[in-house]
Structure formats: structure tokens, C-alpha cells
Design a protein around this ligand. Structure first.
Ligand SMILES: *Cc1c(COP(=O)(O)O)cnc(C)c1O
Length: 360
């Protein structure tokens, strides 16, 4: 067996300890003679898996009693529609557009009501987070929407926007469980799990209870009502059982790493190694303003497309995979999620130094 250093933006690296455990339990989950993939979602065995996963997540994030945890399908992208369908009572919402995912959410919301773009960083190719201390929040906005960590561009909100009392909805797909959060600051905090938590195909939505009602837009499909899933404990239909099982294992792994405080220290350490090198390199440079740099996604360039391509190719040959930047921005991007070991980033930087020596 040979494992590479996988810098993919998603689906992404998972903790080796978790993969090994899943391997051990593959054929016979704890004496029940079958894999978790084969068992009924209504079985006692699976009920324990989903209950324990939820309880562990609640503990990790310190989720208050008045929030529901929903394990849903359709990825983060289906939430772009579910959010307006469930929350747009006045059919007005304010969007802060800091990248492609926020833009997609904003565009989707326009189908259901008046979605205002109240701030954007598109003028500088989304390389910064706009000042959100005094935005023109709409009087009748049902919510204010953000994408908290911008996976493609590598920016992160270091301070939540001042929503002037309006509900905050946040997509945390690429920074989920990477550091402590205060769930009370949000009406809905949600993310696809394939970046930082588990395999692809599921989204976890943490939704304040008073927002879960039958008062949704009239055409809302049953499957897209939060209430449908909340009332059924995320089992209105067959959930993504195996993904829930894997996420549950990752929650325990994070706990063993010191919870979200431990994760934050681990992530800050890795990011510092990479950013410190980028800041003094004479070949590579980061593309994001320093104050808004993400701990998770680190885009960088040489300024020469041909050189970028050569670097990506050489890195791949040396066992550092998926460093090519998003197709819309070019250059490189190293995604250094929770499960990326410190050693992976150290070795990448050593490799970059050697490449710099040879190519200056
Ligand atoms: C990857 C990503 C998405 C899309 O997730 P899907 O599960 O593929 O729909 C949305 N938002 C952010 C911030 C992402 O990183």
C-alpha cells in the first residue's frame, strides 16, 4: 500500500485512522455479520450509529438544544434552493458574494424572490473579504447569506458580518469543524461533508428550531422542506447511511485530536508553515490579502502559466497530488483540511523550496 499526500479541494483526504477502522469493520460490523452498507436504516444497529454521530457532533460544536442537526442529501448545492424555499417569507434576502459558491447561491435564490447582492469582492477576483461592518441590509430581508470559507479563492471571514439583527445563513462546507464556532450566531450553518468531514454525497444542516415550519414557499417539494427531515430524524427517506457512519468516525477522531480547539491549533500550524514560506519565496506567491487568508485552501502562483504547469507536474511525480488550481483561476491550490498531517505540509514546502532553487 502506498498513500500519497492528497491536496484535493474535495472530495478530500480523510484521517488514516478512520479509513483503517472502516476497513476493519467492512465485512462484519461489530458482530452483526454485515457491512454498514448492507444494513437497514431502520435497524437498531444503524439507529445507534446515527444517534451517536449526532450526539458527538453536538458535543464537538457545542450545539444548543434549540437547533436541529439534519443529515441531508443533494450536497451543499441543493441548499442553495432549500434555503430560500424555507426562509423567504417576505421573498427578500441579502447575499454577500465572495466567490463562485456564494454567487451560485445568490443566483439560485433569484428564482424564488428578490435576492440582493449587498457586497462583493468580484472586482479583485475574490481575493479578499469585503468590509461587512455596515452593509445596506434590506429592511425586510428574511436572511443574510454568506459563504464563510471560499474554497476556490482561499479567503475566510475572520469576523462575521453585522447583519443588523437579521438572520445569518452560512455555507461552511470547506471550513466545517476546522475551528470553534458559536452556533448561536447563525440561523442556519451548513456544509457539504466531502471537504473536511467525510465521503461525498451529504450535507449537514444545523437549523434553528423556530425556522423549521410548514410556512414555506407554496411549491416547495416535500423533500426540500426542513420540517420533513426534522420530524423524521433525517430518515424521512433512506439517508446516506454509509456517509453518516464515516462522519461519525471522523467526529470521534476530531475529539481525540482535542476537539475544535485542537483542530484549530493543528490547522494554524500547517497554514503558517505554508504561508510563511510563500511570503519569503522569490518564485511563488499567495493570491489572497493577508488578513483574509483561509486556513484550509491556499492558492498560489508563480506568475508564469508555463512554470505553474511544470510545478504541478513535478509535484505529482513526487507524490503531492491535486495541487492544480481551480479551472477558473489557474495556478495552484493546496487544500490542507483537518486530515492533512503537518508532515504533509512540511514535505510540500521542502519540495517547493527545491523546485524554487532549480527554477529561479
Ligand atoms: C464544494 C462546495 C460546495 C458544493 O458542494 P456540493 O456538495 O458539490 O454541492 C458549496 N459550497 C462550498 C463552499 C464548497 O466548497
Amino acid at each position: 500500500m502506498s498513500r500519497v499526500y492528497n491536496f484535493s479541494a474535495g472530495p478530500a483526504v480523510l484521517p488514516e485512522a478512520v479509513l483503517k477502522e472502516a476497513q476493519e469493520e467492512m465485512m462484519d460490523y461489530r458482530g452483526c455479520g454485515m457491512s454498514v452498507m448492507e444494513m437497514s436504516h431502520r435497524s437498531k444497529m444503524f439507529d445507534e450509529i446515527i444517534q451517536e454521530a449526532e450526539a458527538d457532533l453536538r458535543k464537538l460544536m457545542n450545539i444548543p438544544e434549540n437547533y436541529k442537526v439534519l443529515f441531508l442529501q443533494g450536497g451543499a448545492s441543493l441548499q442553495f434552493a432549500m434555503i430560500p424555499m424555507n426562509l423567504m417569507k417576505n421573498r427578500v434576502a441579502d447575499y454577500i458574494v465572495t466567490g463562485q459558491w456564494a454567487k451560485k447561491a445568490w443566483q439560485e435564490a433569484q428564482k424564488y424572490g428578490k435576492a440582493n447582492k449587498i457586497a462583493s469582492s468580484e472586482d479583485q477576483t475574490f481575493s479578499y473579504i469585503p468590509d461587512c461592518s455596515d452593509l445596506p441590509i434590506s429592511e425586510d430581508a428574511d436572511y443574510v447569506y454568506i459563504c464563510e470559507n471560499n474554497t476556490i479563492y482561499g479567503t475566510k471571514y475572520k469576523k462575521l458580518p453585522n447583519t443588523k439583527g437579521k438572520l445569518l445563513v452560512s455555507d461552511v462546507s470547506s471550513c466545517f469543524l476546522s475551528e470553534p464556532v458559536n452556533v448561536n450566531d447563525y440561523g442556519i450553518i451548513y456544509g457539504g461533508v466531502q471537504k473536511n468531514i467525510g465521503p461525498a454525497g451529504m450535507v449537514i444542516a444545523i437549523v434553528r428550531e423556530d425556522l423549521i415550519t410548514d410556512d414555506v414557499l407554496p411549491f416547495t417539494p416535500t423533500m426540500m422542506k426542513y420540517k420533513t427531515h426534522a420530524d423524521a430524524g433525517s430518515m424521512y427517506n433512506t439517508p446516506n447511511c454509509y456517509c453518516i457512519y464515516m462522519c461519525g468516525k471522523v467526529f470521534k477522531w476530531i475529539q481525540s485530536m482535542g476537539g475544535l480547539e485542537g483542530m484549530k491549533a493543528h490547522n494554524e500550524k500547517k497554514a503558517a508553515i505554508l504561508y510563511d514560506y510563500l511570503d519569503q519565496s522569490r518564485l511563488f506567491r499567495g493570491t489572497v490579502v493577508k488578513e483574509d487568508r483561509s486556513l484550509m485552501n491556499v492558492p498560489f502562483v508563480t506568475g508564469d502559466k508555463e512554470m505553474d504547469a511544470r510545478f504541478v507536474k513535478a509535484a505529482e511525480a513526487a507524490g503531492f497530488l491535486n495541487l492544480k488550481g481551480h479551472r477558473t483561476v489557474g495556478g495552484m491550490r493546496a487544500s490542507i483540511y483537518n486530515a492533512m498531517p503537518v508532515e504533509g505540509v512540511q514535505k510540500l514546502v521542502e519540495f517547493m523550496k527545491a523546485f524554487e532553487e532549480e527554477n529561479r
